[in-house]
Design a protein around this ligand. Structure first.
Ligand code: ASP
Ligand code: MG
Length: 406
């Protein structure tokens, strides 16, 4: 007997027929003797609609009311899922975040889970009931409903699995698992059977949309065994495991990309101590996250250039913050360019094998793809390129590292 947390969301619960269909997976496991808890997110498109309505009425003036609105989608699917399970003859009931409760901090619209009171759920499991929990939401110490930030229900599921000490957290989605690259771009991409948490954190944060980065980090910290599986096909999916559970590491595990990047270039900056702080301080104060950074120029001269990247929606705000700090920084011009993409290779195997970066650079050079910025860490290399070359770059790298399926 295993204790399993099932997570369904989006397209897996897009209408009543889908809710019924995925519920049969829970029923099957339950009838086989497993304990099951279910975490749901909203029906596909629902949260977008709720979010849109708050913007229409005047935006995020009061984030507490924003949360009240956008948390509503999960209430619907939680109730429907409980009804679907009941119609199969099982005992099931829904739980909203405040009912457990799932305690969070009071950072509305991006709250962090502090504590989950799971005793009642434990009790219900022992009585062979199936608790259905609304993902994405919690309650602040103020008593107000909070949400965890868009896509946050994966984090809810992992947190609940950790609190229940579950044997597994199965996250059902519309793809068959984690792939070596986006199969829409690389038809020869393969499903990865087992991937190390660390690699998955990188893939998720560098653009792979299959799991939320925060959820993966939480799973890694708490040793939650996460499996990504398809709602629509009965295939094995991808298992997240500790590094030492992977016998032979490939050099590169996956290639990923993000088009949601913008490049800012600051020219003619006075080269003096403290200048970096004078640039990035105002950006931090504006809440703009800076990703890749290069500083260049100056052969004995006193002027240098800075190039750095931010997510596209922060681009205008970043330019304004820099313009406002012009006097403190001292520079000639600032140019922003959203026509860039970040392409990354990820793999724990690259730590121990030389020449990995060289293969990447040579592969892209052969295709005339210019590298505008490079950044590396122990287990990833990212390059910033012209956005129009994204697909060609991903395909070429996938082949170059031997990831194409035979
Ligand atoms: N329903 C929420 C959203 O669309 C949470 C989630 O789907 O993970 O962002
Ligand atoms: Mg999601």
């Amino acid at each position: 007997m295993a204790r399993i947390v099932f997570k369904f969301g989006g397209t897996s619960v897009s209408d009543v027929a889908h809710v019924r269909r995925v519920a049969t997976r829970v029923v099957k496991a339950f009838r086989a003797g497993d304990e099951a808890a279910v975490v749901v997110s909203a029906m596909a498109g629902t949260t977008d609609q709720l979010d849109h309505w708050t913007r229409e009425i005047g935006g995020m003036m009061d984030a507490r009311e924003y949360d009240t609105v956008v948390a509503a989608g999960e209430q619907i699917t939680a109730g429907l899922m409980a009804l679907a399970l009941q119609s199969e003859g099982l005992m099931a009931r829904s739980w909203l975040g405040w009912q457990l409760p799932i305690e969070t901090d009071d950072a509305h619209a991006r709250a962090r889970i502090r504590h989950i009171h799971a005793a009642e759920i434990e009790d219900r499991l022992a009585r062979r009931e199936i608790p259905v929990l609304a993902g994405f939401q919690g309650i602040a110490s103020t008593g107000r409903i909070t949400t965890l930030g868009r896509g946050g229900s994966d984090t809810s599921a992992v947190a609940i699995a950790a609190a229940l000490n579950a044997d597994r957290c199965d996250i059902y989605t519309d793809v068959e698992g984690v792939f070596t690259a986006d199969p829409r771009i690389v038809p020869s991409a393969r499903r990865i059977e087992r991937i190390a948490y660390e690699e998955m954190v990188e893939l998720a944060s560098l653009g792979a949309r299959v799991l939320e980065t925060r959820a993966v980090e939480m799973a890694m910290r708490n040793g939650v065994s996460v499996q990504v599986r398809s709602s629509f096909h009965d295939t094995p999916g991808t298992l997240l495991v500790d590094e030492d559970e992977i016998m032979e590491q490939d050099v590169v595990t996956g290639v990923t990309y993000s088009r949601d990047e913008a490049k800012l270039t600051l020219t003619g900056v006075h080269d003096k101590p403290g200048v970096s702080a004078s640039i990035f301080g105002p950006l931090a104060a504006e809440g703009v996250n800076v990703d890749m950074i290069v500083q260049s120029g100056s052969h004995g001269g006193e002027r240098i250039n800075y190039t750095f990247t931010v997510v596209e929606r922060d681009m205008e705000r970043a330019v304004r913050a820099i313009e406002d700090a012009r006097n403190e920084i001292g520079f000639d011009s600032i140019v922003a360019d959203a026509n860039v993409a970040k392409v990354s290779i990820v793999g724990l195997g690259m730590r121990t094998r030389p020449g990995v970066a060289q293969t990447m650079f040579a592969t892209l050079a052969e295709r005339g793809i210019n590298l505008q910025v490079i950044s590396t860490s122990e287990l990833k290399i990212s390059v910033l390129i012209d956005e129009t070359a994204t697909e060609e770059a991903v395909r070429a790298l996938h082949a170059a590292y031997g990831l194409d399926s035979a």
